[in-house]
Each structure stands twice: as structure tokens, then as C-alpha cells.
Design a protein around this ligand. Structure first.
Ligand SMILES: Cc1cc2nc3c(=O)[nH]c(=O)nc-3n(C[C@H](O)[C@H](O)[C@H](O)COP(=O)(O)O)c2cc1C
Length: 205
């Protein structure tokens, strides 16, 4: 106690540090909430305005994709970013009717597995690694108020073949999924509470 009395500077420093600490904690909580909001509020968006995505926005989405975990950190994916309207139409045709959102999208990202980079003891993990990268793009898009929808490609081999031919892909690059992206035209319906008690088991089945 006596030390505070003789040293007001020390007292002031403690006060300042505790203020900074609690302020930093507050920012942390805020960021956690933002992450949860992006996850909980993400919906598939299939209709877009004509607003293009900037190069910076696309780079941010790809950075999110490349921040995904991958088996043994193999990072066994590659991405093809398409904004050309004609190519988007052809990608859509390659995946059939379910890929119609691409026709209107500002951009499409084809996520591909790179079979030369897989984990040799369990190469099939590339499929999971690509899926996580795809989901990271969708979550990041939500956080940026950009609409997205995942367009399934692998393991529908006809679609895989079509996309491979369209981009003239080497054999070790395998199309996995396409994410259509664009600024949403309209608000998606709010999601009902999605937590299902009966899907969850604690400690044992
Ligand atoms: C593997 C996979 C494939 C999908 N393929 C398509 C597709 O081809 N076309 C489409 O419109 N939506 C596709 N979706 C989006 C789902 O239909 C959508 O996620 C689901 O209906 C739940 O809706 P939500 O995303 O709004 O929560 C796909 C989603 C996943 C995960």
C-alpha cells in the first residue's frame, strides 16, 4: 500500500494497463460475435445484383480459403477465379441446371484438388481439404455482405469432366466445387433456429 502512496506514477500505470486489458477483451468478444454471426446467418444466395466484386474482395475470399486447415498442411487445392460472363455461362452449362446461379453471378471460383500435393498416406483427404476451403469462402463472403452458393461438382463425374475440359486442366487438377458469388439481390429468408437436440450425444451414443 505504501508504495502506491509514494508512487502515483505506478498507480496510474496499473490503472492504464487494466483499462487497456478490458478494452482489448471487449474487442475480442465483439470479434467472436462477428464470426458467429457470419456462420449462423450464412444462407445460399442464388440471385445477385450486377455489382462486380473488386480484386481486393476476391483476394480476401481466397485468403479465407487458403486459411483453411488441410491434412498435414498439404494445402492440396488450387483456385480458378472467373468473372468473364461467357465463361460463367459455360461453367454453369457444365454443371447443369443446379448451377443456374452462376449465369448471373459476379464471379465464380472453381476449387480444385491438386493430386500432386496430397498427403501420401491418405490422399483422399484432398476432398475434405477442398470442402473446408469452399466453406471458408462462403463464411468470409457472408462476413463481407457478399452472397454465395456452393455448387456441387465432385463426385458427379460428368460435371468434373465438363469443368476439366472447359479449363483444359492437367490430369492432377480435379474440379471439386464451384462457389458462385455476387452482391445479393434481395434479402434471404431468416433461418429458423437450427439447433437439433436429438442430433447430439454427450460422452457416449
Ligand atoms: C456439397 C454441396 C453441393 C451443393 N450443390 C448445390 C447446387 O448445385 N446448386 C445449388 O443451388 N445449391 C447447392 N448447394 C447448396 C445447398 O442446396 C444449401 O446449402 C442447402 O439447401 C442449405 O441452405 P443454406 O445454404 O441456405 O443454409 C450445395 C451445397 C453443398 C454443401
Amino acid at each position: 500500500m505504501w508504495i502506491f502512496m509514494i508512487n502515483p506514477i505506478l498507480l496510474y500505470s496499473i490503472f492504464l494497463f487494466s483499462m487497456l486489458y478490458y478494452q482489448a477483451k471487449g474487442v475480442d468478444n465483439n470479434m467472436n460475435q462477428q464470426a458467429m454471426d457470419a456462420i449462423l446467418n450464412r444462407r445460399s444466395i442464388r440471385q445477385y445484383t450486377s455489382q462486380p466484386l473488386s480484386t481486393g474482395e476476391i483476394k480476401q475470399l481466397l485468403t479465407a480459403a487458403m486459411s483453411a486447415p488441410s491434412c498435414m498442411n498439404c494445402r492440396d487445392w488450387s483456385f480458378i477465379v472467373v468473372t468473364d460472363r461467357d465463361m460463367l455461362q459455360r461453367m454453369a452449362a457444365g454443371n447443369g441446371k443446379p448451377a443456374d446461379p452462376l449465369k448471373q453471378a459476379a464471379a465464380g471460383i472453381l476449387i480444385c484438388g491438386d493430386l500432386l500435393r496430397t498427403f501420401s498416406k491418405a490422399p483422399e483427404y484432398w476432398i475434405i481439404d477442398c470442402a473446408i476451403a469452399a466453406e471458408n469462402i462462403c463464411i468470409a463472403a457472408q462476413a463481407m455482405n457478399i452472397g454465395s452458393v456452393w455448387l456441387g461438382t465432385w463426385p458427379q463425374m460428368e460435371r468434373v469432366k465438363n469443368q476439366s475440359a472447359l479449363f483444359d486442366l492437367p490430369e492432377h487438377i480435379v474440379p471439386h466445387s464451384i462457389i458462385a458469388l455476387g452482391y445479393p439481390d434481395g434479402e434471404p429468408k431468416p433461418r429458423p433456429c437450427i439447433y437439433e437436440e436429438n442430433r447430439v450425444h454427450f460422452e457416449t451414443w
